[in-house]
Ligand binder design. Sequence first.
Ligand code: NAD
Ligand code: TYD
Length: 339
Amino acid sequence: MRLLVCGGAGFIGSNFVRYTLERYDDEVVVLDKLTYAGNLENLREFESHPRYSFRLGDIADPEIVASAMDGADAVVNFAAESHVDRSILDPSGFITTDVFGAYILLEAARRAKVTRFLQVSTDEVYGEVIGEASREDALLRPRSPYSASKAGGEHLVQAYHATYGLPTLITRGSNTFGPYQYPEKLIPIVITEAIDRRPIPVYGDGQQIRDWLFVEDHCSGIDLVLRQGLPGEAYNVGGGNLRANLELVERILDLLGRSRTLIEHVPDRPGHDRGYSIDSSKLLALGWTREPSFDAVIEATVRWYADNEPWWRRIKNSDDYQTYFQSNYGDRESLAARR
Ligand code: NAD
Ligand code: TYD
């Protein structure tokens, strides 16, 4: 099959391209705008792979999308603005990519009559969840500009299934971690700041709960839904590893042999969701299995960042990263001075 992977140069997308090329005979076309989060280094090993090709372009551009989708059997859409803190600083790009971009892809997909359209979504669309894990039929109550834009994209996907019969699928993954994650998200920022013995910013009391999912398990979940999911359905993809942020940060510091005195409690994120929790039994019933040892995958992730310093140092030295860091956390000196 010919697969169009939108946003394939980002964190989960590039891991998914690797997952697919290593297991199947499929042809993979990546369409990616290469925003600050897109990085062709993530796909370097496939540059001359006979079943891989790359198209530079925006999912919100109908002409590029129509041309990239030509001959595609299936579409998997990872392309999104994906970071909550950036959505708080400026929501506009989230609306143009996560909502309008999804609409442009759906329009092209129905014209091209693709046989599968999988929208990669997030457990954050359920909003703040403390207590009972959300099942797929729960109401969507997003609370950040990021999760609201992802929910908007999802609603369009469901509408294209109901109205035009497009064979759509939705996956709602939980907080994902692993190799090639841009160092603005919690786990890679903690690892890389800790390696440099810098203050680790923990929002508020650090007791917020997330369900941590290893990226390879996220990819296998998406792959299973793509091949065996029921059109029109959504599937939760949860890690089954509920952890408070502070506990997770302490674990990473211990693994790196760094002092817990590096932890710096900084002002809480506005509208910070205290918890997420999803029930993955629908996907498990489809035959999905996931890595049973959280320790093993968190250790492997810490090791990957320790072994791949040039990859993340180039990002952290970039102007975009420095500007973002300053806007979100203030300058490094004042973060350190708070200790
Ligand atoms: P990421 O930010 O690392 O990558 C996003 C990719 O999309 C980048 O390669 C970027 O260049 C590309 N992109 C952005 N806007 C584009 C546009 N307009 N046109 C074409 N390409 C564009 O994100 P990620 O963490 O890999 O997440 C991928 C998807 O998975 C997103 O849809 C996200 O909402 C979802 N998700 C992420 C997580 C997580 O914990 N990271 C969890 C659940 C779901
Ligand atoms: P993040 O990785 O940004 O994912 P999300 O907000 O999509 O869940 O953050 C995970 C958790 O870690 C979240 O509760 C916010 C918290 N956090 C911090 O405490 N400090 C930080 O510097 C970052 C980036 C996140």
